[in-house]
Design a protein around this ligand. Structure first.
Ligand code: GRG
Length: 322
């Protein structure tokens, strides 16, 4: 049982669900494949599967329903990274040690590849749900309902009031008339009272980072047939994990190397962004990482099933180096 084995399984699932070759170099299928298969920790796909496994041990259901949903979480995550790297956003040339999608395929293809991956996630999930009703006739309606509910949670948490909303707070100026000015932080509230600033940054992290972890965990639990209190508990765990993950990300952005991260470091400083690590210092930030992860651990302790994996995941997240 280790995280890299889980990541290999997600890679296999992704290969299986991406558009199949042959396709020509430079095509949209090529760019989608490149954007998804160029590495990554696969945390969101892993978390969806592990949340499913906490509440359901039906391997056939896992393969036919949870696997395509896990692949779709990674498609959505990959789209968000492709767009986040664009010149109009973070303007990054490297990710996961390779050229970013727009750097390799051009700007227009970068935009379109992100769009295609987002749509393809929903194509993959709806196809899985409709196929399943044929082989699982006796509980088709129940499974269709679970799939619908999971897609509703994923689309809402990834959407304008979730991840995209967080990205807007993080990269956009306060009003349409106000252009970002060099040397000015873009993710600062208009009435910048310093005491409100950390709260504002935590909110950005909740939206831009926690929401996708919450989507993965809730969707896994919903597909498995977990009850509402269990789904709510995983939603809370996803929130704590996301905050910890993003603060650790800030720390790495300020302290790690290109070789370690596979992307340019100092990106937050380059883009004039406030971060928790910058505002509170590295030591206090790492203490917060530990506190958030302890809260998540306490939630997993209360869940049925085998929690060993989530404990291992939390230990990994606390000290991750990439
Ligand atoms: C709709 C135009 C448009 C853009 C959307 C929403 C968005 C752009 C970007 C999402 C924001 C984002 C990049 C959040 C940060 C979360 C984060 C630290 C991602 C990196 O996740 P890892 O480390 O990535 O899990 P790997 O490479 O391991 O998969």
């Amino acid at each position: 049982m280790d995280i890299s084995k889980r990541a290999e399984q997600i890679n296999m699932i992704l290969e299986d669900h991406l558009p199949k070759p042959p396709y020509s170099q430079g095509s949209i299928e090529d760019a989608m494949n490149y954007s998804v298969m160029s590495g990554g920790k696969r945390l969101r796909g892993i978390m969806l599967l592990e949340a499913f496994r906490l509440y359901n041990s039906d391997k056939d259901l896992e393969k036919n329903l949870a696997w395509p949903f896990a692949a779709s979480m990674e498609f959505i995550h990959a789209y968000s990274l492709v767009h986040d790297d664009l010149p109009s956003m973070d303007n990054d040339m490297y990710r996961r040690g390779k050229l970013t999608t727009h750097a390799k395929y051009g700007h227009a293809m970068g935009v379109l590849t992100g769009d295609a991956l987002l749509n393809y996630a929903f194509e993959t999930m709806t196809q899985a749900a409709s196929k399943l009703s044929k082989v699982r006739g006796e509980i088709a309606a129940e499974l269709a309902l679970r799939a619908c509910r999971a897609m509703s949670v994923i689309s809402q948490k990834a959407g304008f009031s979730g991840m995209i909303g967080g990205q807007v707070m993080d990269v956009c100026p306060q009003s349409p008339e106000e252009e970002p000015v060099s040397g000015k932080t873009v993710n600062t509230p208009a009435s910048a009272d310093i005491s409100d600033l950390t709260g504002h940054i935590f909110k950005i992290y909740e939206l831009k980072t926690s929401r996708l972890f919450q989507a993965a965990m809730c969707a896994g639990a919903i597909l498995a047939g977990a009850d509402d209190s269990q789904i709510d508990a995983l939603n809370d765990a996803g929130y704590f994990i996301g905050e910890a993950f993003q603060i650790r990300d800030d720390i790495l952005d300020a302290t790690a190397t290109f070789e370690q991260l596979g992307k340019d470091i100092g990106s937050d400083e380059k883009n004039n962004k406030n971060t928790i690590a910058h505002l509170l210092g590295i030591e206090k930030a790492q203490q917060l990482v530990r506190e958030y992860l302890d809260k998540a651990r306490a939630i997993f302790d209360e869940q049925p099933g085998n929690k060993e994996f989530f404990n291992e995941l939390i230990d990994f997240l606390c000290l991750r180096e990439n």
